[in-house]
Write a protein that binds this ligand. Structure first.
Ligand SMILES: O=P(O)(O)OP(=O)(O)OP(=O)(O)OC[C@H]1O[C@@H](n2cnc3c(O)ncnc32)[C@H](O)[C@@H]1O
Ligand SMILES: [Mg+2]
Length: 204
């Protein structure tokens, strides 16, 4: 019996590490795109929903690799900004993955707003595609909180130093990876995804 390969379809190293860290304790071994240095395919994330972009990443990487792929599309939705940056979170300030500029722009846009008007939530959409590139499972997780007026902590990535988790009164930047693994939008989506992975990605 040969175990099929499951690949994490993300180019973001910190997100990728979180996904690997959520699967490893369940005994699910994965590869990442770093294991396929010859893969040149770039996904154009031009959808206007997390679902659309997560499906694109999962199906396109699966077809290109001929392996099972688990992809994540995620972002932060800020109430006072009508849900922005949402699907545009990775490049809100212009340059892809420029966390410092993205965070500065969010703070600028929310300047002067009191705590009760700074509500926000993270969304993570996970999509599992089979080696032929068909979507086999989709799950979504959310994590609610608010955007502080300045960064706290250096953990996590992206908007984490600004995002205070409701009920915890701490940012993901202050919490460390184990707590984030327990309560984040990504961990909630993964909890729902795990049974699908176990059921579908089986030795043949
Ligand atoms: O598309 P891939 O290759 O997976 O990598 P990416 O970083 O471009 O990922 P997305 O397109 O899904 O954009 C997600 C962005 O949303 C933000 N984000 C998502 N999850 C986050 C988290 O757990 N903590 C902080 N910021 C997060 C952060 O700015 C991410 O770059
Ligand atoms: Mg992306």
């Amino acid at each position: 019996m040969k175990a099929p390969t499951l690949v994490i379809g993300s180019r973001n190293a910190k997100k990728r590490d979180e996904l690997v860290g959520l699967l490893a304790p369940r005994g699910i071994e994965v590869k990442t795109l770093a294991d396929f240095p010859d893969l040149t395919h770039e996904v154009d994330e031009d959808g206007d929903s997390f679902e659309h972009n997560a499906r694109k990443k999962a199906t396109e990487y699966a077809k290109a690799l001929g392996h099972w792929v688990l992809a994540d599309d995620s972002g932060v939705c800020i109430d006072a900004l009508g849900g922005a940056p949402g699907v545009y979170s990775a490049h809100y300030a212009g340059k892809h993955g420029d966390d410092a500029a993205n965070n500065a722009l969010v703070l600028e846009k929310l300047a002067g707003l009191p705590p009760e008007k700074r509500g926000a939530h993270y969304v993570a959409m996970l999509v599992l595609a089979d080696p032929e590139g068909s979507v086999r499972a989709e799950t979504r997780g959310e994590c609610h909180g608010r955007i502080l007026t300045e960064p706290h902590g250096a953990g996590g990535f992206g908007y984490d130093p600004l995002f205070e988790v409701r009920e915890y009164h701490r940012t993901f930047g202050q919490m460390g990876p184990a707590v984030k693994r327990a309560i984040s939008h990504r961990s909630r989506a993964m909890r729902a995804m795990l049974p699908h992975v176990v059921r579908l990605v089986k030795p043949t």
